[in-house]
Design a protein around this ligand. Structure first.
Ligand code: CO
Length: 196
């Protein structure tokens, strides 16, 4: 498992609902936390590790020793948004890229925890931003889609640099071609959502 970078097709592939919380999913959650901490992130969504399912992990403290701040949710839905919050945002699939993104200041989320229990979470500020960013990932939406006009202009070169690096890696054969990645994603989706 590794974090994929834009424009990897997994980042645009809408994630399927989790139907089965099993041992394998729990192991994948552990690996996602490790990758997130190694990359100094606050959140990571399954599509960012090329897993096309509605699963995300978060630790808004960004501190591996703060296990109490670790959150894992499946099939999350934002049920309420209030206010707006403008602030800098980054993404582990765009290392080094930061820009202002407008988000709701407070949100309410309904999701399932790893025990399969439906929970309602209220979050504000940084935590609300993390939720909105990660839930977007589950719908194939990226933070660059939400850049303000100015950020789109000033960060355009950086975004193209990610695209060029990715295509060059594909040319070298380090990363499979898009069509092959799509086939793998569809196979994984069938595998991850079939009850075993
Ligand atoms: Co992200």
């Amino acid at each position: 498992m590794r974090i994929v970078h834009y424009p990897h097709p997994a980042l645009r592939h809408p994630a399927a609902s989790v139907t089965n919380i099993d041992k394998r999913l729990r192991r994948q959650v552990g690996e996602m936390f490790e990758l997130m901490y190694d990359a100094k992130g606050l959140g990571l969504a399954a599509p960012q590790v090329a897993m096309p399912v509605q699963l995300l992990v978060m630790n808004v403290e960004g501190d591996p020793s703060r296990k109490d701040a670790e959150r894992v949710y499946v099939n999350p839905v934002i049920t309420k948004r209030q206010g707006t919050l403008d602030g800098d945002e980054g993404c582990l699939s765009f290392p080094g890229l930061y820009a202002k993104v407008k988000r709701a200041k407070r949100i309410t989320v309904q999701a399932y925890d790893l025990e399969g229990k439906l929970v309602t979470v209220e979050a504000a500020d940084l935590e609300a931003r993390a939720w909105q960013h990660e839930i977007d990932h589950l719908n194939g939406v990226l933070f660059i889609d939400k850049f303000a006009t100015l950020a789109k202009l000033t960060r355009g070169k950086d975004i193209r640099a990610f695209e060029n690096a990715f295509r060059a890696a594909q040319e070298r054969g380090d990363i499979p071609k898009d069509a092959e990645i799509e086939r793998t994603l569809h196979a994984l989706e069938r595998e991850l959502t079939s009850s075993s």
